[in-house]
Design a protein around this ligand. Structure first.
Ligand code: AMP
Ligand code: MN
Ligand code: MN
Length: 316
């Protein structure tokens, strides 16, 4: 069984590196930190490498142990968490050079780029996969690990609200709450608290919001000028795509933000109930989940908008 094979590889490895997708969200940072802490319980020291992460996550236990780079070039084992493709994996050179590779993920668009792939597209968060995994391995989920995993679950389910949330999710949440994980605090920090820059960007996104295709598609954007003017930092764009999604009648919300020094836009797409936005984004080399997906597209705002709306139209 895959879970046994994974444990076998972990036990064999002397050097382990943990990696996740670029611009890590709560599930990316939560699941990879939880994995680091769980490996310590198995007597294994792993390194977690991330180019950067949003200040929102400063409350996570052991977050200061995250490294930007490593002296080791060739790890015995590399584990990727919450990342659908090698292209999207931050610092993927460590993955490519590792002697053995494992992928643990919940994206339906995952292309199985590891030697061992443990992918469950039904799981609402990679963090929830880890909860089941740790229980199978007999690793006790303490308050620290629980805080990391609950952060992943809360951020990927919008506070246990998205349809991806299952009865199991609520049971895990209840179990962790009983153990002392402060779920209300996690919700407050990750979902409710907005930075000033995010608030300023929200105003611009609302001002520019266009409703297209009989109000079924919402479109808005921010560019580098906006981000400079409001002194935006990493993570300050989080949640802006939801503004369009929450408007009555909107099925697909499209939000794009300009990449630094590039004539390209990072696309965020959300859908209400029936359009599979992962399929739409796959057409542009991206991917994700049926109700939340992303991609990177070259061009101006108008060009990117036209390309996306023309594709989305086919699914309405
Ligand atoms: P975001 O809109 O950035 O919050 O992303 C929504 C979902 O789509 C997340 O699960 C991402 O991991 C996934 N995603 C975003 N961009 C890409 C991409 N370029 N390729 C594959 N998956 C993506
Ligand atoms: Mn993620
Ligand atoms: Mn995730």
């Amino acid at each position: 069984m895959t879970l046994d094979e994974i444990l076998e590889e972990i036990k064999k490895a002397e050097t382990i590196v943990l990696l996740t997708h670029e611009t890590p969200d709560g599930d990316a940072i939560g699941s990879s930190l939880a994995m680091k802490l769980a490996l310590e319980k198995l007597g294994k020291k792993a390194e977690l490498i991330m180019s950067s992460y949003a200040k929102t996550f400063d409350y996570l236990p052991e977050v200061n142990d995250i490294k930007k780079e490593s002296q080791i070039e060739e790890y015995d084992l590399a584990i990727s968490l919450d990342c659908a493709t090698l292209k999207r994996l931050d610092n993927n050179e460590y993955f490519e050079k590792a002697k053995k590779t494992i992928v643990i993920d919940h994206h339906g668009s995952n292309n199985m780029y590891g030697d061992i792939n443990y992918v469950n597209p039904v799981a609402p968060a990679c963090s929830e996969i880890l909860l089941a995994m740790f229980s199978y391995y007999g690793i006790e989920v303490d308050v620290k690990i629980g805080t990391c995993l609950m952060t992943g679950i809360i951020t990927d389910t919008g506070g246990l609200q998205y349809p991806s949330t299952t009865a199991d999710t609520f049971e895990y949440a209840a179990e962790l709450l009983r153990k002392g994980v402060d779920i209300a605090d996690i919700c407050k920090r990750t979902l409710q608290t907005k930075t000033k820059a995010n608030f300023e960007l929200t105003k611009r996104v609302m001002d520019r919001m266009e409703l297209l295709e009989d109000g079924k598609v919402a479109f808005s954007y921010i560019d580098q000028k906006d981000m400079n003017e409001v002194n935006a930092e990493e993570g300050d764009h989080e949640g802006l795509v939801n503004i369009g999604r929450n408007i009555d009648g909107v099925e697909v919300s499209i939000f794009i933000r300009q990449k630094e020094n590039e004539n390209a836009y990072k696309v965020s797409m959300r859908s209400g109930s029936y359009v599979n936005v992962s399929d739409v984004c796959l057409m542009f080399g991206g991917g994700g989940h049926p109700r939340a997906a992303g991609a990177l597209i070259q061009g101006s705002v108008e060009q990117v908008k036209d390309k996306l709306v023309n594709e989305v139209k086919k699914y309405l």
